[in-house]
Write a protein that binds this ligand. Structure first.
Ligand SMILES: O=c1ccn([C@H]2C[C@H](O)[C@@H](CO)O2)c(=O)[nH]1
Ligand SMILES: [Zn+2]
Length: 300
């Protein structure tokens, strides 16, 4: 088991611990549980899904990287598939606070990158901030999304974000996590796998407001590749850059953010916005200097 889970794991009830141990020990553990694993954990612990998620929250929060606040937020996204996905906040020393990832964004993006089609609930250990409520409002059926907080009755996002501003106000009907396949190709395709991986991510990014689709691929010192897609938001500022999405996946898969060897950002040359300076600077703050910007064109 990754050492970050040890102390939270030790505080779980024995029945849950014994069912959970083989899952956490698996080399393939990705900070997510399949519907079948969730059923197994419910049976073994005697807990219902919601109570189980509350029990697992300290494990999700243990994934937090909070060098600035030391404040650990954990979230769990519940997919329609029955799978559940951990999320945790991530702060980056030496980069602007705007680059921070919130736990709710982490869990939702984690689910999206694992190809979950829709979310039914999010469990979180602190009340979601306004920025996260707005981020969640980008999802299909957002008003019906259940929010589970410790010590509070279950309520819908519509309760936490009444009179919401959202995609509909900008006449947008493609929502975050909807299946999309944008047709782009690399302007200068040299067959490099990292650029290809970033392109694949960009083709599934959510940028209905700017049309500035983008993707990032990271390679660590072991040769593992982590990809992230851009997730735009109707209110613009809560948008999650593609680098953050890739870092979420890397953190969830127990990767070491200080061991990123190379990175590629792909985006269009003539887009309304660029991810380049922020991507380069945040990666530099993480100790990665080998960052490339590759251009993509709409395929005609
Ligand atoms: O809804 C919230 C509010 C805050 N945080 C994180 C961001 C930052 O890392 C730390 C302090 O704000 O908590 C979240 O993850 N979710
Ligand atoms: Zn938040």
């Amino acid at each position: 088991m990754h050492p970050r889970f040890q102390s939270a794991f030790e505080q779980l009830p024995a029945a849950l611990r014994s069912a959970l141990a083989p899952m956490l020990h698996a080399a393939s553990f990705t900070a997510a549980f399949s519907a079948g694993q969730v059923d197994l954990l419910c049976q073994a612990s005697g807990l219902q899904r919601e109570a189980l998620a509350f029990s697992l929250l300290p494990l999700a929060a243990a994934c937090a990287l909070a060098p600035i606040s030391a404040f650990q937020v954990g979230a769990i996204a519940h997919g329609r598939s029955g799978n559940i996905y951990f999320g945790a906040n991530m702060e980056f020393s030496g980069a602007p606070l705007q680059q921070t990832v919130h736990a709710e964004q982490s869990a939702i993006t984690h689910a999206w990158l694992q190809n979950e089609k829709q979310l039914i609930a999010v469990t979180v250990n602190y009340t979601p901030c306004g920025h996260c409520r707005q981020f969640m409002n980008e999802l299909r059926g957002a008003g019906q999304l259940h929010i589970h907080l410790p010590g509070r009755p279950a309520a819908l996002l519509g309760h936490y974000l009444p009179d919401a501003f959202g995609p509909g106000d900008l006449a947008i009907d493609t929502l975050l996590m909807d299946e999309v396949q944008h047709a782009y190709r690399l302007a200068d395709d040299d067959g490099a796998p990292l650029a290809q991986a970033a392109l694949t991510a960009a083709c599934r990014s959510h940028a209905p407001y700017s049309g500035a689709h983008s993707g990032v691929a990271l390679e660590d010192r072991q040769g593992n590749i982590y990809c992230g897609r851009y997730a735009e938001n109707a209110a613009f500022n809560p948008s999650l850059p593609p680098l953050q999405a890739a870092l979420i996946l890397m953190n969830m898969r127990q990767g070491d953010l200080s061991a990123i060897r190379r990175a590629v950002l792909v985006e269009q040359a003539d887009a309304a916005l660029t991810q380049w300076p922020a991507t380069r600077d945040t990666l530099r703050a993480l100790g990665c200097e080998q960052v490339e910007r590759r251009l993509i064109n709409k395929q005609i």
